[in-house]
Design a protein around this ligand. Structure first.
Ligand code: HEC
Length: 111
């Protein structure tokens, strides 16, 4: 019993540590994201896969993809781990996308 208790506390601590380094939709640097997003453009170039179009979604939709639906985003990409993106880079890409989202000051609808 003691072990079970210990194990669950340990699991809870791990979970906490995980969320502490989790995705922060307010963080990120859009200028850096412009470079980081090149990794995505390798596939999302309009031939192999649809272009990654920042102006194709609203800020809220992008944030949902990166935050709440990040599992879904990862699931769409079988080789996600090979992109080797860390949380900072993901935050940068997210910022890059929402700065050009449909409801931003400068929506980017092509490229
Ligand atoms: C190895 C090729 C590849 C790379 C690299 C890649 N993607 Fe994708 N992506 C795909 C494929 C294939 C799909 C599935 C298309 C579908 O489901 O219609 C997809 C789907 C998506 C979708 C869902 C589109 C939608 O509206 O439902 C998003 C968002 C997305 N990718 C974002 C990204 C981001 C952000 C990156 C960079 C971090 C990235 N992708 C890198 C191949 C790639």
């Amino acid at each position: 019993m003691k072990f079970v208790k210990f194990a669950s506390i340990f699991a809870a601590l791990l979970l906490l540590a995980g969320t502490a380094q989790g995705f922060d939709p307010e963080a990120g640097d859009g200028a850096k994201g412009k470079d980081d997003v090149m990794k995505c453009r390798g596939c999302h170039d309009g031939t192999k896969t649809a272009k990654l179009n920042p102006g194709g979604k609203t800020k809220k939709q992008w944030t949902r993809f990166f935050e709440a639906d990040q599992k879904k985003l990862v699931a769409k990409h079988a080789d996600w781990a090979s992109f080797a993106l860390n949380n900072d880079q993901l935050q940068n890409i997210h910022r890059f996308l929402i700065e050009r989202a449909l409801d931003s000051d400068k929506p980017q609808t092509c490229d």
